[in-house]
Structure formats: C-alpha cells, structure tokens
Ligand binder design. Sequence first.
Ligand code: AMP
Length: 210
Amino acid sequence: MKLILLGAPGAGKGTQADILCKELDVPTISTGNILRAAIKNGTPTGLKAKSYMDAGNLVPDEVIIGIISERLAEPDCAKGYILDGVPRTIAQAEALEQAGIQFDSVVSIEITDEAIMERMSGRRVCETCGASYHVAAVPPKTEGVCDKCGGALVQRKDDKPETVKARLAVYHKETEPLKAFYAERGLLKKVENQPSVEETSQAILRVLGR
Ligand code: AMP
C-alpha cells in the first residue's frame, strides 16, 4: 500500500498516519519529522531548512526531493508507506512520478481554515520522537510527557497563530493544486474531517476499502 495523505497544516495528517500505519502495517514517512530531527542534530540539511520552517515557508523542492528519495530507498519501504506532508508542491509530485513511484491512493483530509486556527493552539509534539498530541482531543496519559517514548511535549515554533496563517496561505497556493493533479490520475479520495480522531480514521479506512 502506497498512500499519500494530503491536507492543510493541522488537518490531522500526522495523527491519522500514526493510526493508519499500524492498520496497514507500513511505515509513515513525514518530511516534517525528518527535517525537525535534522535541525535538532545540527546536520547541513537541518541548517538549510530551519529559517524556512520557522517562517512557515516551504523548504526548497531540491532539499525535499533529496530527503525523500533517500528515505524511500530504505528496506522498510519495500512493502509500502504512508507519506505525511510530502509531496507539497507539483514539482515534488512530478519528481515522485518521474522516479517511477505509483501510488494506490491519495487521501485529502478536508477541514476549514477556521477549524485549523482553533486546533493548532492545542497541538503538542514530542521533542524526541515527533509523536503528535492535542491538549483536548488527543491528550497524553501524563501531561507534557510522550506516551510512546517518555520525551517532553512542546509546542512547535511554527504553530504560533501568525505562522499558522502563513502556512495556510502557502498550503492553498502550493499544495492544494495537488488535489487536481491526483484527481486527474484517478487517485484522489476526499475525506471530511470528523468530530473525533477515531471517526476520521474510520472514514479514511472506508474510502480505502478496508
Ligand atoms: P509539517 O510537520 O509537515 O507540518 O512540516 C513542517 C514544516 O517543514 C513545513 O511548514 C515546511 O517548512 C517543512 N516541510 C515539511 N515537508 C515539506 C515538503 N514536502 N516540502 C517543503 N517543505 C516541507
């Protein structure tokens, strides 16, 4: 199963990917998590990416295409994967296509900008493993502590309201055209965001025929 999750920043792609990768038994590849780890480790890629990310802008396509080609060549990707947060531009989608990758489905999680603005203020991520939580909707068992690895939960710098607005503008301009790109290829499946995480997962599994 090769799946792309599309959706605005904060639509719940990371949360859904965490659930779906267990259901489908494939790894999730999140370029956002890879970039955050690179920044934390002070690698050359991290240094290049940081200023773009802090401002809510996209990291240049050539950096992303390099990261994703390397990651998809690893052995655990042989049986399939879920892409979370990539591709984010037509150029990235074309690069994946030119690499000969054929996707089974592209699921777009549909949610309004207003709902995103409300939701982002409560999002917390694990500093260590990147797992995603929400203070109200997906709380950890112990406040401020990651259920999976015990790491500290923090608010992402780019989850501040001004930055979220900038990221939504970038999403509408650069990423939303991917819906038409994949609709033309017969792969696009739209799923409305549901009141709970579980209901959204069920809706995604339904459109995937699971
Ligand atoms: P995310 O965790 O997916 O919301 O990504 C956080 C930030 O990382 C984005 O706002 C971008 O600056 C950068 N980023 C992640 N994935 C990509 C991508 N596929 N293309 C460009 N920038 C990306």
